[in-house]
Design a protein around this ligand. Structure first.
Ligand code: HEC
Ligand code: HEC
Length: 263
């Protein structure tokens, strides 16, 4: 099917070179015929190495323009575009503003969502499903355990002291709420905004390191922490209790009941 698409495109564009066709396909990922639902050409979207420290700073700098998801995704994409050009320069990065504040719904943290979107873009298709899952698990589990904010910019927009705590959950509502309780600040405070801005910068660094490392097809990923696997051992679709499928940190929401089954 891919070959057909390519041939149709070559027919349409006549003399254009194969390389420019490849880049056009990057900028027009949907097929030209509305009825043709084949997978878009993804070969143009190959990960290329970039500097994690540059992504950290870039995410911090662009955060005010579009929020957490935009900062994480946009930092990486703008650096790729500056260094490698097409197709990275064609990506509609502004779409990632939808993810701010857990899609304005307090659900999945946009920084985590932006990192997962990058994993999806550079590891597409059914064949790479388990690789995507392993990479997302690594970064989400890191996010749950990491003490935010632990990185301080050279010229911080807000220069006061910021307490740190483990986010505890990839959910915006919980991550933000636990921090606000620790810091005794409201969600609308400049301190909370600075915390999420630095959290986005640190997540941009982490996802860049992960994508750089994952270029090696033999790359191993961290897996879930024992706090989670001690529960998912039984609570998984094929386990003793197949009623739950989540890999989130269970203790963000559940406290163990005294009469909980033990074997
Ligand atoms: C040895 C297997 C096993 C392990 C390990 C395990 N569970 Fe369970 N859990 C069960 C079974 C069996 C039930 C009851 C039947 C069901 O809900 O499928 C249950 C029930 C539950 C329930 C529903 C209880 C209720 O009545 O509301 C929750 C919540 C739960 N487990 C959370 C956890 C968490 C969190 C962990 C890890 C700290 C954990 N479980 C570890 C087997 C296990
Ligand atoms: C964001 C909060 C949240 C997280 C994180 C979470 N749960 Fe739950 N879980 C719930 C809610 C809400 C329910 C439904 C109400 C209830 O049964 O307590 C539920 C229900 C359950 C049930 C009972 C399902 C049934 O049979 O009724 C189990 C078992 C369970 N969760 C296990 C887990 C395990 C294991 C983890 C971690 C791997 C986990 N949960 C993480 C919120 C959460």
């Amino acid at each position: 099917m891919r070959k057909n698409n390519r041939r149709q495109m070559l027919g349409t564009f006549g003399l254009a070179s194969a390389a420019s066709i490849a880049s056009m396909m990057g900028s027009f990922p949907l097929s030209s015929s509305a009825a043709d639902n084949t997978m878009p050409e993804m070969n143009a979207w190959k990960w290329q190495p970039i500097d994690p420290a540059a992504a950290t700073q870039r995410a911090y700098d662009i955060y005010p323009d579009g929020g957490c998801m935009y900062a994480v995704f946009g930092s990486v994409m703008t650096l790729l575009a500056e260094k490698y050009g097409v197709p990275f320069s064609t990506f509609p990065t502004a779409m990632m503003m939808y993810g701010a504040e857990g899609c304005f719904y307090g659900s999945l943290c946009g920084a985590a969502n932006g990192a997962a979107a990058l994993i999806g873009l550079f590891n597409p298709g059914l064949d790479l499903k388990s690789r995507r899952e392993a990479m997302i698990q690594e970064i989400f589990a890191w996010y749950e355990a990491n003490q935010f904010p632990s990185w301080k910019p050279m010229n911080p927009a807000f220069d006061g002291e910021l307490p740190t705590n483990a986010s505890g959950s990839v959910l915006c509502h919980i991550s933000m709420g636990l921090w606000c309780r620790t810091a005794k600040k409201s969600v609308g405070s400049p301190e909370r905004k600075e915390r999420c801005r630095r959290l986005s910068a640190e997540t941009a660094q982490k996802i860049t390191e992960l994508l750089n490392r994952a270029v090696d097809p033999e790359c191993k990923f961290a897996g879930l922490p024992s706090a989670t696997t001690s529960c998912t051992l039984c609570h998984n679709p094929k386990g003793q209790s197949p009623t739950s499928t989540t890999s989130m940190r269970c203790d963000a929401c559940h406290t163990m009941l005294k009469d909980h089954p033990s074997e």
